[in-house]
Design a protein around this ligand. Structure first.
Ligand code: FAD
Ligand code: SF4
Length: 464
């Protein structure tokens, strides 16, 4: 602990954002990166706790107090080494992780927590800026061939770990570019895609083979591999089968975001909110991404509705520290303009001809029971359903491999991440259900160790 009084003297600095009126005109990054100096000062707030609950809160076991101390001392290269020991994609989690660690930070009990996520980001960006990240191909190859199907954070971190262990890894991806939801779900203004390309280039130099545009549909395509990892995500969207669902202008959020991300990458836009009244159903992060995208496209107005009650601004008593609490979250997209409504159920989509024109809604109580006399109509030209995902798409490949599913429809594995098909493993949202990037990384890393052990009898890859 470099500065024993840091947590008393230094206050948490808020993340700096570009002005709203400027940033809604483009898809560039909305926030400013912290300077090295500011980051050092913020890292000095870390108390180097004897029992670092931040570490407990982080699914990949990041060495948080250690790298905070190193950053404060100006030992950036050593901090980077420690960061890379537990996280294959810190430049992604540093940008979009909800930072479960910060909710568990001891300083957060009676002050604001340490800026752990931004400290992580500062370390990795310092590393790239100063050319500290070099390809590190394995010293020797094992001769084993592994196929990873799916290139989201689970598949990528699994591939990186397996390659590190000396196996020859090919990542298959059905989309035209690598990255999964990081590429086609999360908008550029939250996660610029050059960040992904930069990391993929490093991994290519380390020897991983990437095959985008390769939709694996039957097991014969995987026959030559010694082991297979399925990391296809959880992409079966939850629908809203109410009267009027057939009207045009009602889309799943992921379809809307995907075509918008492709547009930013130079393709044609097919769902354009320009001049339209937009309603987003679903109050979570995916809904918020739709809000930010619709505002950039020039929507006339954007309303976001949520079935559940408005969360409070403080931790609920049944979610005490160090747990991740359900509190009101106002994202940069919300700040750019949206009318948010809670405790609203949608009863019917209204339309003229084939096109949606509005939603018939009603207010509900805490038990989600309709409150009589509170019906109202929301006008809309475009509706986005951001209601989450049920489970992975049970596509041809899973059927052909005779993969068993759990009760929720996710791919079932044993404690070693192996599915019902011998030599076929599964990781990420496909296995655990819709979750977070940091959990996908955790799953990818653990699965890599399990595959390595299965192939070689033991593994030197880290257990978390
Ligand atoms: C819009 C949106 C925003 C989000 N924002 C955040 C956020 O800000 N922070 C956060 O932590 N989490 C966020 N999440 C959640 C997070 O993105 C996911 O939990 C994470 O991406 C899951 O990773 P994964 O590798 O399991 O799957 P995915 O990222 O879904 O990747 C799976 C990949 O497998 C490919 N695939 C599937 N089947 C095949 C096949 N047969 N052959 C070849 N390829 C195949 C798919 O095309 C896809 O590219 C968000 C989710 C969404 C939908
Ligand atoms: S819990 Fe907070 S203050 Fe304690 S070591 Fe972790 S980051 Fe530092």
């Amino acid at each position: 602990m470099g500065n024993p009084k840091g947590f008393i003297k230094v206050k948490r600095d808020k993340t700096a954002y570009r002005p709203v009126c400027e940033r809604v005109k483009d898809y560039d990054r909305v926030f400013e990166l912290r300077s090295d100096e500011n980051c050092r000062e913020q890292a000095s707030r870390c108390m180097d706790c004897g029992t670092p609950f931040c570490h407990w809160g982080c699914p990949i076991g990041n060495y948080i107090p250690e790298w905070n101390d190193l950053v404060f001392g100006g030992y950036w290269a050593r901090a980077l080494e420690l960061l890379e020991a537990t996280n294959n994609l810190p430049e992604i989690t540093g940008r979009v992780c909800p930072a479960l660690c910060e909710s568990a930070c001891v300083l957060g009990i009676n002050d604001e927590p340490v800026t752990i996520r931004e400290d992580e980001l500062a370390i990795i960006e310092h590393g790239f800026k100063h050319n500290l990240l070099k390809p590190q191909p394995p010293a020797r190859r094992t001769g084993k061939q592994i196929a990873v199907v799916g290139s989201g954070p689970a598949g990528l971190s699994c591939a990186a770990q397996l390659n590190r262990a000396g196996h020859s890894v090919t990542v298959f991806e059905k989309d035209e570019k690598i990255g999964g939801i990081m590429r086609f779900g999360i908008p550029d203004f939250k996660l610029e895609k050059s960040i992904l390309d930069r990391r993929i280039k490093l991994w290519q130099a380390e020897g991983i083979t990437f095959q985008p545009g390769a939709y694996i549909q039957d097991k014969s395509a995987l026959q030559k591999y010694d082991a297979v990892v399925l990391a296809g995500g959880s992409r079966q969207p939850r629908d809203l089968p109410i009267p009027g669902r057939q009207f045009g202008g009602i889309y799943f959020a992921m379809d809307y975001l995907t075509q918008s991300n492709r547009f930013v990458d130079g393709n044609k836009l097919s769902i354009d909110a320009k001049g339209k009244r937009v309603v987003v159903i679903g109050g979570g992060d995916t809904g918020s991404d739709c809000v930010g995208t619709a505002n950039r496209q020039g929507a006339v107005c954007v309303v976001q509705i949520e079935l559940l009650a408005k969360p409070g601004e403080k931790r609920p008593t049944n979610q005490p520290w160090p747990f991740y609490p359900n509190v009101l979250k106002t994202t940069s997209s919300h700040e750019e303009g949206s009318d948010r409504k809670w405790s609203i159920a949608t009863k019917e989509f209204l339309g003229r001809g084939a096109q949606v024109t509005g939603l018939k809604c009603v207010q509900v109580d805490e038990k989600l029971k309709e409150i009589p006399g509170t019906e109202f109509i929301l006008e809309a030209d475009l509706v986005f359903l951001a209601l989450g995902f049920l489970h992975p798409v049970h596509d041809k490949l899973l059927i052909d491999l005779k993969i068993e599913f759990d009760q929720r429809g996710n791919v079932k594995t044993d404690a070693n991440f192996q599915t019902s098909a011998k030599g076929v493993f599964a990781a990420g949202d496909m296995r655990r259900g819709q979750s977070l990037i940091v959990w996908a990384i955790s799953e990818g890393r653990k699965t890599a160790r399990a595959v390595d052990t299965w192939l070689m009898g033991n593994s030197e890859l880290p257990a978390i």
